[in-house]
Structures are given as C-alpha cells and as structure tokens.
Design a protein around this ligand. Sequence first.
Ligand code: FE2
Ligand code: FE2
Length: 172
Amino acid sequence: MGIFSNDIKTLDDLFVHQLRDIYYAEKQIVQALPEMIEKASDASLKQGFETHLGETKNHVKRLEQVFKMHGVEAKGVDCPAIDGIIEEADDVVGEVDDKSVLDAALIAAAQAVEHYEMTRYGTLRTWAEELGYTKSVKLLQQTLDEERATDAALTKLAKAVINLDAEADQAA
Ligand SMILES: [Fe+2]
Ligand SMILES: [Fe+2]
C-alpha cells in the first residue's frame, strides 16, 4: 500500500499506516541486531547493542499494545526506508577489516536506524496527541525517549572508539 494510496483518507488511517511501517521496521531491527552484536569488538558497544536489542523487543510489544487499544490488527507494511538503511549497513560493514573502523561503521549504521525511528515515533506521538489518543501518546513517547537515549549513547561511543584508535596510532 503506497503512502498516497486510496486506502488512506483520514489522519487516523495515516496514523495506522505509520504504525504498521514502524512495526515492520522494529521487527527488521530485531533481526539485524544480533549480527551487529557479533561484529562489534568494543565491549561497551557490544553491551550497548545487547541492551538495545532488549529495548527493541519491548518496542515491538508497545506497538502491539497501541494496535490493540486502537482495535486494529498488529501487522507490518513494507518499509523500503529501513530495508535500505540495513542493506547499506551490511554493504559497508562487510568491506571493513580494521576493528575500530568496523566499530565506527557499526555505530554510524545504528545511528541511521535510531534517527529513522526517532522521526517516525516523533510524528506518531504528535498525531496521537492531535487525535486525542492519550494512552498511545504515553507509549510512543516512552519508546521515543529510549531511541533518543540510545542515539546519545552511540554518539559518546563513536567518540570513544575514534579516540582509542587515534591513541593506538600515536603509540605505534
Ligand atoms: Fe525501536
Ligand atoms: Fe532503536
């Protein structure tokens, strides 16, 4: 179903469509994170990905709660945007040998994912507010806060990983 398909007539239809888009995306992220955990060499990065895998599984459950409260079936729709982000990450990461550079590439890929999620949850939260879906606002905001916190933690890790690499170069 395209975004301008005839099935979307009201803001509520659009809300459900975007819920399905991010539901699909979250499920793809649950699939993609174990490989990222395996590839990460920095211990804090590995741990950070593991923590976020747990959070992401919870994001799927929260979305299922929103679908339920809304009385619609919890199902995904194709989201070419997240497929593209994950595919590009696979391509780049697959070409990197140096461990610190690989970690930097993994962080960059993960931040692209977080930013995608942040834009989707930000919009959904705002629409839920407009539509008066108070309980959904709360759930969507919780997830948005976790995506933001993850993004901020990744920025810190990116700096640490790059600095460690620079120090190793100086010592060599
Ligand atoms: Fe998420
Ligand atoms: Fe996330």
